[in-house]
Structure formats: structure tokens, C-alpha cells
Design a protein around this ligand. Structure first.
Ligand code: PAF
Length: 285
């Protein structure tokens, strides 16, 4: 694997060269501190593209005041080694002044209404503005044919789908399945913040999602499903931001209606905020 150490000009030269050869280019945007979930995204992109670029950029504009931007784990050597093994061809690690040449204060921002304003958007105001702002820049810099994002960040994927559809980015989106630890905890760079006792409690997040799915399939009303999940998580020591069942578009479904559903939770163990989700289908009568 090579790194585009020559900056944006070198990145564009390489991508243009691949294009001239008729090769399809995939992008896996990341913030680094890569784990098996990211490596699976690289392998997914590899199956659909001839060349894969991974970006590593801890994006300041998607962190709110008091969030973990400064302490977000940065592990460049391990990231480069893992990406090479996963089949990545080129690493794009732009400095902040390449990503935001006029400074973050003067940066043109993207804002997706509606779907970006609920759940994560409500609890982390401005978060998805930052995500969309950097994803649009990455698409412009790399000009990929496809890009892979994880289903673990369910709402992020939905927001990026909206961004791509509305701005007509010629980028095919691929969704990678959530990769879990043996006890069900979804892999996340933030898991390493957990103290031993918190790590022991953390799998309750996935178990609560499974319980939400089972209760929904058994016909329990949505309000009861959500209240039981919140209670279960609080009993396990979580401070719950939300535990909800939604349609794929994140609307509140009517009780008794059939169709696709997603259970989503966001909760904190100590100072660490974790999110997870589980998709399922309620069969028709
Ligand atoms: O999912 C992430 O790691 C980030 O939100 C992304 C998509 C790389 C944008 O910074």
C-alpha cells in the first residue's frame, strides 16, 4: 500500500491514472484507529472496485464542544499496516489545512434537514453537518466510483444517502455489516475508553436491541418496547440518550403496522457514549 504523501495533487494524479486504465475506484472514509469493522469495509469495497483508497482524518467539524476530539485515539502506524493487509491500495491522510484550506471557521458547510435532526442529530447538534461537510470534501478530493460506510452508524448512512441523492454525487454507496466482539458489543474505536466494569456491562447494549426486536415481533406496543429497553439499560448502569424503534427513514411507526424496522440505542457508560442498532422486519397480518 502507498500513501499519497504528495498531497491532493498526487492523490488526484493517481486516481486519474487509474481512471485512464478503466479501473473502478472505491473509497473507505475513516477517522483512523482502525479495527476489524473498518478492515471489513475495505474488503467490501475491494469486491466492488479495482482500487481502494482509505482516508484517515479525525474531522474536527463533527465533534461538539466537550466531545472527545482531542483524545480521539490516533494510531497511524497500526492503521497503515492493517489497511495494507486488508487490500487497500492507497492511504489518504490529509492535513487539516488541506481538508479545510480556509480554516474550519470559514468552511462551506453542508446541512441535511429532517433525517439529520433527530436522534443523534438532536443529541449532538451540528454533528451531521460536520460529517456531511467532510464526506462531500472527500468525494470531491478522491472522486470515487463507490464509497463504503458501516451499518453500525445507521443514521449516518441514511444522512449520507440523502446527501448523495440530493447533490447527485456520482458515487455508489455500499453498506457494511456491523462487526461485533464475541459477546455482541459492536466494534468501535470508543470501546477502548471503557474501564473494566464498563466493558463488562457494555454487551447489554446489543442484548437490549435483541430484546426490543423480540418484543416487537411478539406484538408489544412500541412505547412499551422502548420503555423496557431504557429500564434494562439503566439497570445495567447506562445513562440512556434514546432507545427507540423506527422505520428505515427514522419515522415513528404506527403500532400494528407491518414492515421494516430498526431499533436504535445511544447510551453512556461513564464518559463513554456508545451507539448501536438492529434491523428487523415486522411481518404483515
Ligand atoms: O464514520 C466515521 O468514521 C466518520 O463519521 C466519517 C464518515 C469518516 C466522517 O468523518
Amino acid at each position: 500500500m502507498i500513501e499519497a504523501t504528495g498531497g491532493l495533487a498526487e492523490l488526484r494524479r493517481r486516481v486519474a491514472g487509474w481512471r485512464r486504465e478503466g479501473l473502478r475506484v472505491g473509497l473507505v472514509p475513516t477517522m483512523g484507529n482502525l479495527h476489524a469493522g473498518h478492515h471489513a469495509l475495505v474488503r467490501l469495497a475491494r469486491r466492488h472496485a479495482d482500487r481502494v483508497i482509505a482516508s484517515v482524518f479525525v474531522n474536527p467539524t463533527q465533534f461538539g464542544p466537550g466531545e472527545d476530539f482531542a483524545r480521539y485515539p490516533r494510531t497511524p502506524e497500526a492503521d497503515a499496516a492493517g489497511l495494507g493487509q486488508a487490500g487497500c491500495d492507497l492511504l489518504w491522510q490529509p492535513p487539516v489545512d488541506t481538508m479545510y484550506p480556509l480554516g474550519t471557521g470559514a468552511a462551506v458547510r453542508m446541512r441535511v434537514p429532517g433525517i439529520a435532526e433527530v436522534l443523534e442529530g438532536a443529541h449532538r447538534p451540528g454533528h451531521f453537518d460536520g460529517v456531511c461537510t467532510v464526506v462531500a470534501r472527500l468525494f470531491n478530493q478522491v472522486q470515487p466510483d463507490l464509497a463504503a460506510f458501516g451499518r453500525k452508524d445507521y443514521q449516518q448512512l441514511a444522512v449520507i444517502r440523502h446527501l448523495v441523492a440530493d447533490l447527485a454525487f456520482p458515487v455508489e454507496l455500499l453498506a457494511g455489516d456491523t462487526v461485533r466482539e464475541a459477546d455482541g458489543l459492536a466494534m468501535s474505536s470508543r470501546n477502548q475508553y471503557l474501564a473494566a466494569g464498563e466493558r463488562a456491562a457494555a454487551p447489554q447494549l446489543y442484548r437490549s436491541l435483541q430484546a426490543m426486536r423480540e418484543a416487537s415481533l411478539a406484538g408489544a406496543p412500541r412505547a412499551a418496547v422502548e420503555a423496557a429497553a431504557r429500564e434494562r439499560l439503566e439497570a445495567a448502569g447506562f445513562a440512556v440518550d434514546y432507545a427507540v424503534v423506527r422505520t428505515p427513514g427514522l419515522a415513528e411507526p404506527a403500532d400494528g403496522a407491518a414492515g421494516a424496522r430498526v431499533a436504535l440505542v445511544a447510551a453512556r457508560l461513564g464518559a463513554t457514549r456508545l451507539i448501536d442498532n438492529l434491523e428487523f422486519t415486522l411481518p404483515g397480518g
